[in-house]
Design a binder for this molecule. Structure first.
Ligand code: MG
Ligand code: MG
Length: 267
């Protein structure tokens, strides 16, 4: 009932915001290397967003100081970009949001600094692939937990990973966080209807250990209780009459959805 349904024209505007986010994350993917501080990445992100005509949606959101969340190693999400220097062997999750003409985009990637153990690169691969399996499960006439179930099913098929239960994906549009929540586990066939004009951010958060997390005293930084490392990937997509259009992916998700054998809703 509270789900915001977008017109095709509004989805075009969300695509603009999505591309600002997607292009900024590609800049950050290159910029994130050993020796760089999280604050430097944050400045690069803000410059990239503003130079593309966007406004960083994270900055000032409930008092958050940065334009990105920068979450290293055992930090899962909501890391505050500070003076920490990235080191060889770290992994960093970068979450980024932008507003263009009142419409939001929201996406995240996890990047390794140089070489990491295979189990860590596998964690990253499974997290990203689970996001795509979730988006691919979003079909007209389905329900939102079809996405949740597809993510969990894929993750469980790949090994022993913790799926965060305290955080979820979300509806998105004229605000960053809207109804409905999109959990990363659960039974299919429940929740909001997947209809033309719905827009959702799908964002699996996986750990190499358990799913339990704690928020630090800074009221933002979310770390795993067992110290295990975590990965986070996110895309914003909209359902059109043809299928899913991944608004924060540079190619709109055409390649990955094609590989998964589902219709693509972009153009
Ligand atoms: Mg995000
Ligand atoms: Mg999000």
């Amino acid at each position: 009932n509270k789900v915001q349904i977008k017109t095709p024209e509004q989805i075009e505007k969300m695509r603009k915001a999505g591309l600002v986010v997607g292009e900024t994350l590609e800049v950050l993917r290159v910029a994130a290397r050993p020796g760089v501080t999280l604050l430097e990445l944050d400045a690069i992100a803000e410059d990239s967003i503003r130079s593309r005509g966007g406004v960083p949606s994270f900055k000032g959101y409930h008092g958050f100081p940065g334009s990105i969340c920068a979450s290293v190693d055992e930090v899962v999400v909501h890391g505050i970009p500070g003076s920490r220097v990235l080191a060889e062997g770290d992994i960093i999750s970068i979450d980024c949001g932008a507003i263009v003409e009142g419409w939001h985009g929201d996406a995240a990637i996890t990047v390794a600094m140089g070489s990491v153990p295979e189990k860590v690169s596998e964690l990253m691969r499974v997290t990203e692939e689970s996001m795509w399996h979730g988006i691919a499960a979003a079909r007209l006439g389905g329900r939102v937990t079809d996405i949740s179930h597809a993510i969990e099913t894929y993750v469980d098929s790949q090994g022993d990973y913790g799926i965060l239960e305290d955080f979820s994906g979300h509806g998105i549009g004229t605000e960053m966080h809207m109804e409905p929540s999109v959990f990363n586990y659960g039974k299919p066939g429940k929740g909001a209807k997947l209809q033309r004009g719905i827009a959702l951010a799908v964002e699996p958060m996986l750990t190499l250990g358990g799913p339990a997390v704690t928020t630090l005293d800074d009221d933002w930084t979310v770390v795993t209780d067992d110290g295990s490392w975590a990965a986070h990937f996110e895309h914003t997509f909209a359902l059109t009459s043809d299928g899913a259009w991944v608004l924060t992916a540079l190619d709109g998700g055409e390649e990955m959805l094609g590989k998964l054998g589902v219709p693509w809703g972009g153009h």
